[in-house]
Structures are given as C-alpha cells and as structure tokens.
Design a protein around this ligand. Sequence first.
Ligand code: ZN
Length: 364
Amino acid sequence: MDKFDKSIYEDFVKENYGSWEEFKQYCVELPKIEFHAHLNGSITPKTMNELIEQRKGKEPDLAGFAVKKLIQPNFQLEDFFPLFNTVYRLTDNTESIEYITRNVLKEFAADGVCYIELRSTPRQNLEKGMKKKNYAETLISVINEINKKNDIIVRLILSIDRKASLEEAMETVNLAIELKSTGIVVGVDMCGNTNGGEFLRIKPAFHYAKKNNLSVTLHVAEIPNCREDNLNMIEVSPNRMGHCTFLEDDLLKWAKDNNVAIETCITSNIICRTVKSYDVHPCIEYMKNDQPFTICTDDKGIFNCDLSDEYLIFGLINKLNKKQLFEVSKRAISYVMDNDIKLKKQLETIYNNFSKKNGFLIEK
Ligand SMILES: [Zn+2]
C-alpha cells in the first residue's frame, strides 16, 4: 500500500471513508471471499521463522533458512527467490503442513474473509513418509477443525503444476475425485511457471475433472502471446480463470457471456510486473464493462498483502464508495465452486447482516 502516491486520493478517502485508517478498517470488516490463494505463497515470514525455531534442534541445517528481514515496501520479484527455497524446505512433512495451514487460515479469518477456497499442489516426500494423499488428507483434517470454529468457511482446490506429465495430472484429478466426498475438495487448478510447457499436454486431465463434476480453475494468459494456450484452456470451459492480464478481447467476451469470473490479483500482478502500475490494472476495465471478476491475493505471505489491502486498492483505483465496494465483494457468492444451496444461503446471510448494519438499501 505504500507503493503508490497516496496524495492524489486524499480527498476521495476523506469524503467516502473519513480517513485512511477508517478505510482500512472498513475493508477488514467487509465480508470477503477469497478464491485464489496458494497455501505455500500465503505463509508469512513470521510463520516460517517459528517453524525453523521449532525444527532446527533436530535439523540444524534449517538455521540457514531463517528469513532475516521482513519484506520491504519496495521489494522486487528477485527478492523472493530465497523465500521460495525456504517454503519448499519447510513443507516437507505433514506436521509442518498442519502448522502452516492452521496459521494461514486463521490469518484469513482475522482479515474478515468469510469463505475461502484455498489451493495447494499435493506434494510427496517418501523419505518422511508423506504421499500426495497424506498431504491432501492433512489439509482436509485442519480445514475440518477450522470449519468447526465458525470463524471462516474453508474449501480446498487441488493444484496441478503446469510442468506435470499427463499421468501426474490424472493422478491429482483422481485424488480430487476420491476426496470430493469429504465435502471439502471442490475443484482442481492449473498453476506454476508459465515456462512449464503447453497446456495441451495435460488438457485431457481437466476434461476428465469436469466430467467427474469437479470445478476447474486455470491460470490463464499471465504472459503475452500465448493465444494457442488460451484457446485450449477456454475449450475446457473452466469455471473460473486466474490472472488473465493478457487475455484477448474475444476471450474476455467469452468469459463475460458465460459468467466465468476472473480471479484478479492486483498486488501480485504489480510485483510480478505483468501490469505496469495500479492505475492501469485491467480490473478498472472489468468494472466498466461489467466483466465477472473477484478480488484475490494469490500469495499473501510472499507479497506482504492481505485481502483487505486488495479491496482497499481496488476501491481506490475505481473510486468506489462503501456500498459499491460491498456489492463487488458480495457478487463473489455466485462464483463459489461448492454448489451446496445451504452454503450460499449462509454466505448471503453474512452479507445481508453487514448490509443492514451499514444501512445499505437492499436492491430488489
Ligand atoms: Zn496464482
């Protein structure tokens, strides 16, 4: 939030929210739905350091992984690479994954997130007795424990790395099909480095997922000039699409016509330099064109942002008042992957209570 010129927004903030502090407070209290949060990227440096402290007695090499300084406001993408190594090292056994998942979900709840579809790529580490299924089951058990507390409602999306073989992708889809009966796993995702190869190779796995009633979200058009990949992805009819910063107009139209929401991750796009600055972020066009979209964090731990920050930035660059920002947030209910009617009613009640408390008129 310190990354752009606040002075030009002073009058707008004063008029609509009172002060910057009140604006942030409003964005925290606003019920929010998070659809695009990678577990590993959501771990804060604080949690990483706590885990290192807990484990370094038995694993002295871990001391070298300590995250020495908190992320600075003027960070660059290159500053994060050591963090990725730390995260990879720390997520190599089920006990650490439990600790991480619990912390990440508590942080989302404290930030006013009422519903989250967390995503994670099942990882295997046979040396420590962890199979992909154990990994997913560990997440599900923590999610069940958190759901019982009624602070936040959590569902899980299993991710498939773009560089996976078709066989590996099918293995994850089969795992998701098997675990769907828990009521926690709702869909599959394709993520990972955009250099990881053509989507075409693993496309059949996503057709298979849809055939088996799993929802699908894909990281789409994160880089320019990937038309063929984009077309192949659209052919799968994803339920939602991540980023889409370089999606062509005809495919944006397809998404609008089919009510497929774009999971927009503003801060992530700025730090990864796929968008030049906040004031030219494509979400401004989405607002103007009534494009279906939702606001998400992507990797809140790595990028040092919360969903409330993203709403604040979104409200600012689109000059939205309290009620307009509330309406953007509420619209996300229609893009939830879990089709349970009771769940949607529950979410509507949360939003309606907030609306009443703030004196917003309910539009018929
Ligand atoms: Zn992502």
